[in-house]
Design a protein around this ligand. Structure first.
Ligand code: PRP
Length: 207
């Protein structure tokens, strides 16, 4: 049995559809109720829904053999896992965003609100800019509106959240998509099963 950590939410729904198309359908998951684990013994697969930012932890620790996590999470937490495949879902970008009239004043320390402190620090250190990080866990766009920060470092997908809050992209840092990741020990002990899943996903998603 291969244990798969799926990111709860819209990305996870799309990832499950890809697994289903690849031959790993699990009827139980289509009518979940409040359950969190679902298995299809014939297909040799067990799924569980976890918070998207926790997928990498489950996989790193071996609670899941494989999982699907955004490149943003992999860059922020640097989990000790193998990255097997870009599944081509969850496409978005990491960006610095700010109010439309924002002008950076290099004499002042820049206040940066973000869920991704490591990514933000790395970027600003690469351009030699002094910053203060304000670590938030969600609704990051509020920070500059309320004067808590000057800019944000966050994910932009459609740009609707920025637009509706009078913010705009100031600088794009990198593109993001979801990746199939694997636990290192599982990659040895369940090599054939994991390779088969990876190959089937590639075919199903034309990746
Ligand atoms: C993410 C991100 C932005 C939004 C971007 O938030 O932090 O707020 O999506 O998407 P858009 O460009 O399509 O508007 P998420 O939905 O994960 O919620 P959060 O506020 O809890 O971070």
């Amino acid at each position: 049995m291969v244990n798969v950590a799926l990111p709860k939410g819209r990305l996870g729904d799309n990832v499950y559809e890809l697994f289903a198309k690849a031959g790993y359908r699990c009827p139980e998951i289509e009518n979940p109720g409040r359950r969190l684990t679902f298995e299809n013994p014939e297909a040799g697969i067990r799924y569980f829904w976890v918070k998207p930012s926790d997928v990498a932890i489950y996989v790193e620790k071996g609670a899941a053999d494989i999982g699907v996590a955004g490149k943003d999470i992999l860059l922020e937490y640097s989990p000790d896992v193998y990255e097997l495949l870009d599944v081509g879902l969850g496409k978005c970008r990491m960006a610095v965003a700010a109010p439309k009239d924002f002008r950076d004043d290099p004499k002042k320390t820049l206040r940066v609100a973000t869920k991704f402190p490591k990514i933000a620090k790395k970027y600003y250190s690469s351009v030699g800019r002094d910053i203060d990080i304000i670590k938030l866990n969600g609704s990051i766009e509020l920070a500059p509106i309320l004067g808590l920060s000057d800019v944000i470092v966050d994910i932009v997908e459609t740009g609707a959240t920025l637009r509706q809050n009078n913010l705009e992209v100031y600088e794009t840092l990198f593109d993001i998509s979801a990746r199939l990741i694997a636990n290192k020990a599982s990659s040895r002990f369940k090599r054939d099963e994991i390779t088969k899943i990876k190959t089937s996903l590639k075919e199903a998603g034309k990746l």
